[in-house]
Design a protein around this ligand. Structure first.
Ligand code: CTP
Length: 401
């Protein structure tokens, strides 16, 4: 029994594949898991609460405003009492609600209120699956750390062929086992600090110095470390990417605030500095808006260096994290510059990437990196930033094992 003592909250949304949830419950129970079901109104068109209750041997929840359910177990508690939330089948509609933070029934409210990992098993018509709206919703969800199994490709109930079929119950069970087994969470018990995004250094109350960092790579690393079981503190500058699920986020603006948030978050086992910290700030930001004076020369800005967050945290001392990883964003002499950063900042590894405009890496979805350590250089191919993050998290887990 691979899931003894584990609790799964299974959310069943509408769709012809909802009947497969019954087989999934049977498999989960056989592996020792406790299963509590939440059934949406549409799901109830395809399976009955009674059959779910008989197989799960637990009360089935459906109504958001049921007084008995609220007194027995409020939706917040319901969303937190499980080790994992599984949405199977997940319709285009519930995925859209999750991506947009809607909470208009019990299932979507529980999904919005949870702090637990979430696995979705999409099932829908092939055109609905391939629609840019659904694909954008999936990108949002996976960017927040939501795990996905399927959909499979094949003949569908609507007489079409293609991706959209619910993954088979044994496949969903395997995904659940890998999310809940200790081997899939090698960083559990570890604390990681990750910096991400740019910093904004005020010039006056309306203007600031910034850079083109999107935060995508740093946020993906935070999500990947959390997926391996780490407790993650993400210190993020101003970005437009969503906070990853299951990660505690400190939002900051300036380099000084970022350093302060990192120091407050110590002690940590792992620190990854993916932020593009502004190297300089105004000596004295103006307290009022700097005005143009007719005929006068433009103002000159007197800049002073910002603290180096990576070098400060990586300096030898009792609070130095065991593994400190920096980034080197370069446009010239990538590997030489990165190697000298490794030594100068006392980092254990430097993830070096070429950010020349032609590469499209800054702000883009892909990254080609080289991992530099005292042992040598690993060259990784061009990968999606999510994939770079997963590989880096796996490498960190192996180094700390
Ligand atoms: N870094 C930091 N604090 C700073 C500047 C950089 O923590 N004030 C970190 C970055 O998060 C990154 C690494 O140092 O992990 C290298 O950043 P990069 O901008 O490539 O290097 P710089 O030190 O700024 O050097 P230069 O701008 O001269 O290349």
């Amino acid at each position: 029994m691979t899931l003894t003592g584990k609790r799964v909250l299974l959310i069943i949304s509408g769709g012809i594949a909802a009947f497969k949830a019954l087989e999934l419950i049977r498999l989960l129970r056989k592996q020792g898991a406790g299963v509590t079901c939440v059934l949406t109104d549409n799901g109830a068109q395809f399976v009955t609460p009674l059959s779910l209750q008989a197989l799960s041997e637990s009360k089935v929840y459906a109504e958001l405003f049921s007084l008995t359910d609220e007194s027995e177990m409020g939706h917040i508690q319901l969303s937190r009492a499980a080790d994992l939330l599984v949405v199977a089948p997940a319709t285009a509609n519930i995925l859209a609600k999750m991506a947009n933070g809607l909470a208009d029934d019990l299932a979507s409210t529980v999904l919005l209120a949870t702090d637990k990992p979430v696995l979705v098993a999409p099932a829908m018509n092939v055109r609905m699956w391939l629609h840019p709206a659904t694909q954008a919703n999936m990108a949002t969800l996976t960017g927040r750390g939501v795990q996905v199994v399927g959909p499979d490709e094949g003949a569908m109930a609507c007489n079409e062929f293609g991706p959209g079929r619910l993954a088979e119950p044994p496949e969903i069970l395997a995904a659940i086992e890998s999310l809940l087994s200790p081997a899939s969470r090698p960083l559990s018990g570890r604390h990681a600090i990750v910096t991400s995004g740019p910093t904004h250094e005020p010039i006056d109350p309306v203007r600031y110095i910034a850079n083109r960092s999107s935060g995508r790579q740093g946020h993906a690393i935070a999500a990947a470390l959390a997926a391996l079981g780490a407790r993650v503190t993400l210190v993020s500058g101003p970005v437009n990417v969503p906070d990853p699920a299951g990660v505690s986020v400190r939002h900051v603006e300036t380099a000084a605030q970022m350093l302060d948030a990192c120091q407050t978050a110590l002690p940590a086992d792992i620190a990854v500095f993916a932020a593009a910290v502004a190297d300089w700030r105004m000596d004295q930001a103006a307290t009022g808006k700097i005005k143009k004076q007719p005929g006068a020369a433009p103002p000159s800005l007197h800049l002073v260096p910002n603290p180096d967050i990576l070098a400060t945290i990586a300096a030898a001392g009792p609070h130095r994290p065991r593994l400190v990883v920096g980034f080197a964003a370069e446009t010239d002499d990538l590997l030489d510059n990165a190697q000298s950063k490794l030594r100068r900042k006392n980092a254990d590894w430097i993830v070096a990437n070429d950010v020349s405009p032609a590469t499209g890496i800054m702000g883009g979805a892909d990254n080609a990196v080289h991992i530099i350590s005292a042992d040598g250089i690993d060259h990784w191919p061009l990968l999606a930033k999510d994939e770079v993050a997963k590989r880096l998290a796996a490498r960190i887990a192996a180094a700390l094992a």
